[in-house]
Ligand binder design. Structure first.
Ligand code: 5AD
Length: 370
């Protein structure tokens, strides 16, 4: 297929069934502003039709940067000795959760480096239970929605986390290309075990989210098109993806990457194409987008995203959770972060939902079919 001049309605037509890889590649490659705008508008229409006007906030608590893994791109990798390691105390996490519920976010995300020891697993389980108990109110009868983002674990561990009350889980695949995956991870990590874990998460009853990094050295539009087809085929409920941003204290810190503008563009196109393909899922406009473009997250919303993750990590720890450089919101107090973000949402004509978990509609549809 060759791309000509398209209206949003033409784009909707193309995505009325899953397009072939070549079509996706062409959308990922195009620089034609009219086609980009048609894709954006079609993605926005799809979002409004399937999910409505709401933007859902998930307060983000990066509760520990201790990590047993050594991913070549990540600033908190095990072998980065410059990082001061921390774990936020249970009391502080509960305090941040109460604040999150008080300002009507409805949900939070607990994210950390990856550890597999019993102490860590017990900690996550216990703190999840406590958050649920501590945030019950008349508007949130079951407490805050809790999403976990704590990496690869056994099915048994996932079952424990689910039983503790977490009901969404994010585990990025990073890339579905085996060769590229190998080139950015140490040998002890592999694509098959990541896929196995994503399957476990579904079996444990989670709403499951995944995503990739965009603009990795060696990544082609063809690989990204495969990632998009993977999103569709594996029937995920949520997506969080963003541009790759080098961190100087990592092995990938000095590799040549596309310009900020190009990576932002590709990140936005990935959001729009994910929306057009998967329709009723939750898609986040991630902080990494804002790191490359001051209005990256607002643009993400207008390209079809409906989830934002405002910072709740206590400010004293934020500097130690640098997965990549130029991370925004480092010193902004959570109150200011909230005010500025809500304004941004309103500038793109959307509404911040209050006191709701904001579950993926896709999950409801997927589970009522099975
Ligand atoms: N640039 C962009 N994203 C990164 N992540 C980790 N390091 C980087 C980086 N340098 C992302 C990974 C991981 C998520 C928590 O953060 O996709 O899954």
């Amino acid at each position: 297929m060759t791309l000509n001049k398209y209206t949003p309605a033409d784009i909707q037509g193309i995505f009325s069934k899953t397009p072939d890889k070549d079509t996706l590649v062409q959308f990922l490659k195009t620089q034609d502003p009219d086609i980009v705008e048609a894709v954006r508008a079609a993605a926005e229409e799809t979002l409004l039709k399937y999910c409505g006007n709401n933007v859902y906030y998930r307060g983000l608590i990066e509760f520990s940067n201790s990590c047993a893994l050594d991913c070549a791109y990540c600033g908190i990798r095990r072998s980065n000795t410059k990082v001061v390691r921390y774990t936020v105390s249970e009391d502080e996490i509960i305090k941040a959760s109460r604040w999150c519920a008080d300002v009507h976010y409805g949900s939070l995300v607990l994210q950390s480096g990856e550890r597999h020891d019993d102490q860590f697993i017990d900690f996550v389980e216990r703190v999840t239970k406590k958050i649920k108990q501590a945030t019950v109110s008349s508007v949130l009868p079951e407490g805050l929605g809790v999403t976990l983002c704590v990496g690869e674990h056994t099915l048994e561990t996932y079952n424990r986390f689910r039983a503790a009350g977490a009901h969404r889980y994010l585990l990025r695949i990073e890339t579905t290309n085996e060769k590229l995956f190998k080139s950015i991870h140490p040998t002890e990590q592999n694509l098959d075990s990541r896929l196995q874990c994503l399957d476990y998460l579904k079996r444990a009853g989670f709403q499951v989210g995944t995503g990739v990094m965009i603009g990795l050295p060696g990544q082609t539009p063809e690989m990204l098109a495969d990632d998009l087809l993977f999103y569709k085929k594996y029937d995920f409920d949520m997506f969080g993806m963003g541009p790759f941003i080098p961190h100087m204290d990592t092995p990938m810190g000095r590799l040549k990457v596309m310009s900020d503008k190009e990576r932002t563009h590709l990140g936005l196109m990935m959001i729009a194409l994910t929306r057009l393909l998967t329709k009723d899922t939750n898609v986040a406009a991630t902080t990494a987008l804002q790191a490359l473009d001051p209005v990256g997250r607002e643009k993400g919303l207008s390209f079809g995203a409906n989830v934002l993750m405002p910072q709740l990590t206590p400010t004293e720890f934020r500097e130690s959770y640098l997965l990549y450089e130029n991370k925004p919101c480092l010193d902004e107090e959570k109150e200011d972060c909230l005010t500025s973000l809500t304004k941004k949402v309103e500038t793109v004509g959307r509404v911040v939902a209050q006191d709701q978990w904001g579950d993926s509609k896709h999950f409801t549809a997927r589970t009522s079919n099975s």
